[in-house]
Ligand binder design. Structure first.
Ligand SMILES: [Zn+2]
Ligand SMILES: [Zn+2]
Length: 212
């Protein structure tokens, strides 16, 4: 069974999640934007072994710590989709712009495509490409656990910004409609910022996507 714990990191309070397989205690960290000591302490506390880094997209608050964590612990970086290469290339610029500590550059070990799967211990998650907030944004769907880690695609009561370079509002709405809603109303999603919610709750009440 997949378990997870969310650790807010960076001045943007980005929801970094540590996900692990209960049977093997193998763990992956989703979106280590920064505050690496806090992330490593959370993994130690749960007695899980960090073996991989998964990225939903390459904004600094999600990917800023990936290079350093990968180098120090020897972890592969998996994701995002190649559409976000320009954001990875621009990490140093993003750090300056938002007042973050300089981010170590990195090259993903494996890019992700729609329909791929990622695996941690005995748990498999499906990868869905959800462009709109960024061109290379992906989400991770744990169907059995009824959980989805959706980064900045959808929030409780909101949706991702689309006013950054490469953002596209219509594409974001299509991603939510075609790739998130089919996961089912009872799926709990863990957004990149703020509290969890269910897809059904947002489909019915979120003013940005209600009726989409
Ligand atoms: Zn973002
Ligand atoms: Zn974010």
């Amino acid at each position: 069974m997949l378990r997870y714990r969310t650790v807010p990191v960076t001045p943007f309070q980005q929801n970094c999640s540590i996900v692990w397989c209960d049977a093997t205690r193998q763990a992956a960290v989703i979106d280590p934007g920064g505050d690496l000591p806090r992330i490593e302490a959370a993994a130690r506390e749960r007695e899980v072994k960090l073996g991989q880094i998964w990225l939903t997209h390459a904004h600094i608050d999600h990917a800023g710590g990936a290079g350093e964590l990968s180098r120090r612990l020897g972890l592969p970086i998996i994701g995002p989709h190649p559409g976000d290469q320009f954001w990875i290339t621009g990490l140093a610029e993003q750090a300056r712009m938002f007042g973050f500590a300089p981010a170590e550059p990195f090259v993903p070990t494996r890019w992700l495509q729609d329909g791929d799967t990622v695996q941690v211990g005995n748990c498999r998650l499906a990868v869905r490409h959800c462009p709109g907030h960024t061109p290379g944004h992906v989400v991770f769907h744990a169907a059995e656990a009824r959980r989805a880690f959706v980064g900045d695609v959808l929030f409780a009561g909101g949706i991702g910004r689309t006013d950054f370079p490469g953002g596209n509002h219509a594409q974001l709405i299509a991603s939510i409609r075609e790739r998130l809603w089919p996961m089912g109303d009872d799926t709990v999603f863990i957004p990149g910022h703020g509290p969890e919610s269910t897809l059904g709750e947002e489909r019915r009440h979120n003013p940005h996507v209600r009726g989409a």
